[in-house]
Ligand binder design. Structure first.
Ligand code: ADP
Length: 458
């Protein structure tokens, strides 16, 4: 009997999507406004006939050119980079002023109703393009030159021209101030889209790099595992032909120095195999592909077997192993993962507590099973108690103790996947005691996972 559980990985790009949608809808809104403007330019064509008193092609051509330039701008805005948008819109504002001026000229010059309203042009531009203050300024400058020339041409006295130009300057300055303030306030509300784009692109690139690294690690570990497994089988076959103690070393025809070399090769091959297993676990855990095989397990028997397996290593490290077992405890959990958890903790106890006894305990109640591994080695400073459960974090002297800093991270992830928790009690120089508390039944496991916000599965 068994069931499988998968732990999916969560990544979030919803914020980026929302911002992207926001920018697209802002662009669409601007397009709509510009198209309405183009339509209005053409709709007011009959007013030219009314003003002049007869039909004339010239104002109509100017209006067609004007509406056409608005359409071209709409198309151009779809292609340009974000930083080019204000330039294109300012160019449209200047061109619009020139064409409006041409229309006023063709429909009666300074006596045309269009000239009468010409000072309102920067205001209209600012309403259509509220976040491009430069457009209103461009419009104002063209307006100043055009109005001055037209009034001079019409024989207006210098004082009248100066008064008109002063009004144009005041209107343009006011419009610019309002538009610039509006733009500043908007920018304060939302960070510049460019900065957001760059930040999002960086996040996406680093996510892709991490995913590529994890995939590479998974493939590399998998490919390395196959030849190494066969190598280990051969090494173990050779080891079986050798005597297990030094007293009988002379009884076989392999010289003792060669026997030592074979033992060293076997040790390194097993270490390599352990590292590759860690790499596989890391890629499974980070990729959310860890699966649990839940089944009824005699936990006390399993721990006894693991401790028995460690007997030769414990003898080599001069660590007498003591096993404290309560009554037999059965639980529904993943035996392989539990084995891995205990193996990591006992291996660490042997490494960091060599030369001193190690006590392993299993006790439990109706709900949970509590597993303890206690050594009397170098211990861990309280400042490092949290950090050592993180990936690649180590607290011991690198030169004295080799390691990748992955064992406790993997152990912690496995314990959490099983719905439990791990804790450490230790002071430097006084040894370390690691305690793992696991739920004994899947119902408790599922409830705990829910309350811990972890995914649940069948
Ligand atoms: P590694 O042992 O490969 O460095 P681990 O993730 O297993 O990686 O352990 C992380 C760190 O926690 C170790 O580098 C060590 O500093 C500390 N540590 C773990 N177990 C013990 C222990 N039993 N006694 C003292 N320190 C320990």
């Amino acid at each position: 009997m068994g069931s499988r559980e998968g732990l999916p990985r969560s990544t979030t790009t919803a914020g980026a999507d929302k911002r992207g949608r926001g920018r697209v809808s802002a662009r669409k809104a601007r397009e709509r406004i510009l198209l309405v403007c183009a339509a209005l330019i053409l709709l007011f064509a009959p007013s030219d006939v009314y003003v002049i008193g007869h039909f004339s092609w010239s104002p109509l051509i100017v209006r067609l050119e004007w509406a056409g330039s608005v359409l071209v701008t709409v198309l151009a805005l779809r292609k340009v980079e974000p930083h080019g948008v204000p330039i294109v819109l300012s160019a449209l504002a200047i061109l619009s002023t020139v064409l409006y001026g041409a229309l006023a000229w063709l429909t009666g010059g300074t006596s045309s109703p269009l000239f009468h309203w010409i000072l309102a042009l920067p205001i209209v531009i600012a309403l259509v393009l509220p976040d491009v203050p430069g457009a209103a300024v461009g419009c104002g400058v063209v307006l100043l030159i055009y109005g001055g020339l037209l009034l001079g041409w019409a024989g207006e006295p210098i004082a009248g021209i100066v008064r008109w130009m002063a009004q144009a300057v005041v209107v343009t300055s006011l419009v610019y101030t309002v538009a610039a303030t509006y733009r500043r306030l908007r920018m304060r509300e939302t960070p510049a889209p460019d900065a957001q784009d760059v930040a999002m692109a960086r996040v996406r690139a680093s996510e892709a790099a991490v995913a590529a690294r994890d995939e590479f690690l998974a493939v590399a570990a998998h490919e390395l595992r196959t030849p190494l497994t066969s190598m280990l089988l051969h090494i173990e076959a050779i080891e079986r032909t050798l005597p297990t103690d030094a007293a009988h070393a002379q009884s076989v025809h392999v010289p003792p120095t060669e026997q030592k070399r074979i033992a060293a090769v076997a040790r390194q091959a097993r270490r390599l195999s352990g590292l590759i297993d860690s790499m596989l676990d890391v890629s499974k855990l980070t990729g959310g592909h860890l699966s649990l095989e839940l089944a009824e397990v005699d936990i006390t028997a399993l721990v006894r077997e693991i401790v028995h397996r460690f007997a030769p290593d414990a003898a080599a490290a001069a660590c007498p192993l003591t096993l404290r077992l309560d009554q037999p405890i059965v639980g529904v959990l993943d035996a392989t993962r539990l084995d891995q958890i205990m193996t990591n903790l006992i291996a660490n106890a042997l490494k960091y507590g060599a030369g001193a006894p190690i006590e392993i305990g299993v006790e439990g109640d109706e709900q949970v099973v509590r597993l303890t591994v206690r050594d009397h080695g170098i211990g861990i400073s309280p400042a490092d108690h949290k950090r050592i459960f993180l990936r690649f974090e180590r607290a011991a002297d690198e030169r004295q103790y080799s390691g990748a800093g992955l064992g406790l991270w993997i152990t912690n992830e496995l314990v959490r996947a099983l719905g439990g928790r791990i804790s450490v009690h230790s002071t430097p120089g006084a040894g370390a005691s690691f305690t793992v508390v696991l739920p004994r039944r899947p119902t408790t496991l599922i409830e705990r996972r829910r309350s811990a916000g972890r995914p649940t599965g069948g």
